[in-house]
Design a binder for this molecule. Sequence first.
Ligand SMILES: Cc1cc2nc3c(=O)[nH]c(=O)nc-3n(C[C@H](O)[C@H](O)[C@H](O)COP(=O)(O)OP(=O)(O)OC[C@H]3O[C@@H](n4cnc5c(N)ncnc54)[C@H](O)[C@@H]3O)c2cc1C
Length: 306
Amino acid sequence: MCQVMDQMAGKTLGRLRRLPEIECLFPKTVKKALSQLEKHNGLASVIAGGTDLINCMKRRDIIPKYIIDLKGIAALNFIEKDKNGKLGLRIGAMTTLSEILESSLIREVYPILTDAVSVLANPQIRNTATMVGNLCNALPSADSAPPLIVLQAKLKIVGLAKERTILVEDFFKGPRETILGPCELVTEIMIPPPVGYGVYLKHMLRAEGDLAMVGVAVYLTLDSKKEICRNAKIALGAVAPTPMRAIKAEDALKGKPLNDDVIETVARIASEEAKPIDDIRSSAEYRREIVRALTKRAIKQSIKKA
Ligand SMILES: Cc1cc2nc3c(=O)[nH]c(=O)nc-3n(C[C@H](O)[C@H](O)[C@H](O)COP(=O)(O)OP(=O)(O)OC[C@H]3O[C@@H](n4cnc5c(N)ncnc54)[C@H](O)[C@@H]3O)c2cc1C
């Protein structure tokens, strides 16, 4: 018996064993952070809120020799209306989810983002976690991805030599994989001016703080009488290796009258476009059914908001 207990304790202790020594670096500027990334190429990880990275390190998925902490870079913490009017809003990489949730500007102009953040994790996590960290972590279930995709948001990516922007929908390569180079940082999210109305709906196994079993974002532009759909964007989370657009479903809605038959057809097409897998949270078949139900509900709620 004692031996069994010892073995169990050993196992538990095994999981809790100390991490190897890690050097933490605290740059005050983006340029300095980029130089540190270049200097320790392949050995360093960037940390924002740390709510994902620390767990990855505890699981030994990743053990960096250096951690580059972005919290000291004040210039990355902002929510700003774009001054030259070409873009609607810019959110800095170190802006926390709580700051986004509390922003009256975002609530007023992009309520779909407020919806998404309000169901992302819990207040403790949101107080330190960032939206950019949520995207860079690149889980298929990342709650901020579907609403940013339907808003056609872009990310500003900087390296020492060059800078580029990319649509959020083109940022993901696979689970926990993005197009980000080893010496690049995301510095901000850029969201175009609002052109429609939308919602984000999330289905979870439990009530709060759980990852999405399915997430659906819908964003619609309607005609002046609110009878015809002029433009539609639909994005799905947790039903494919990356957050994805349901382009066939969007096409089936564009230019169509907003009646029950059309909405039912669009929801069915979205569920057929999803590529879910069976996992501990749900079967693929159930996920498809949830995509159908949430898409239908999200379209109806978006129309009501218009
Ligand atoms: C209890 C709990 C509940 C959670 N619930 C949810 C949930 O409901 N929905 C959900 O979507 N997620 C959830 N998460 C996951 C997590 O909290 C979010 O993904 C969070 O937004 C990550 O942000 P962060 O700032 O903490 O990222 P970090 O952990 O600091 O970083 C995550 C990854 O992004 C990289 N990174 C961060 N910032 C940058 C940057 N500027 N440039 C380049 N790379 C960068 C890091 O190197 C790391 O690889 C949960 C986590 C926990 C622990």
